[in-house]
Ligand binder design. Sequence first.
Ligand SMILES: [Zn+2]
Length: 254
Amino acid sequence: MYNVKELRKRRKKKRLYKKIKIIITMIILILIANKAIKSYLNKEITASKNKRVIEEVIDSGKTKVILDPGHGGYDTGATYGDIYEKDIVLSISNMVGEILEENDIEVIYTRSYDISLGDDEKEDLKNRVEIANSINAEYFISFHINDYDDYTYGYEEVYGFEVWTDYNDNKSLELGEAIEENLISLDYTECRPMLDGSESLYIIRESNIPSVLIEFGFMSSYNDRLYLSNKENQKLLAKSIASAILENINISAK
Ligand SMILES: [Zn+2]
């Protein structure tokens, strides 16, 4: 049998446990709600910004080009230490856009700052293609950096840039070739064979306008990484991409 003191002690303990349980449950609920609200707000902002971007370009009468720096937000893309694909491609994309705008081209960015376009990769890519297909633009151009994580051959054996185009579409092919030529002349790494993304690459397959995707090099390769993470080199890359675009727009305008 318990004595009264013992019983009180036990009840007190029970009450304390109950209180702790309630507090922990509340903390968990607050954390979940906070995350949900943040994710909702982020989505709203992204959606409304993109909507605004799309509405603003309608009837501008200018030639339009869509620039699509890959990844963003939670999705870093290829990484090496604190070097992220999402940052490098964003920087290059914004530089390309600036040059195009100076040449009276209307530039639409799928993102011009550090955000993702969806909660997962599927949604993210779908939204990018949706932008491509909702605007009557001349080109849709995606920027990426490759990665290689197989030790079998050693990281340094795999390097170089890669251009993906749509082999069923002449305008994509011509722009891809012009970009490839300009990147070769920068002589910063190897030119890997051009690739057809008309079936294997979601962004190229699903977009209804001429599309090109550029992998500027390999994050896993020391030389590629060193070159790509330098701002001055990013300017050179941006210039060569922009001049290939302008050249092709002028050709098709004639
Ligand atoms: Zn990528």
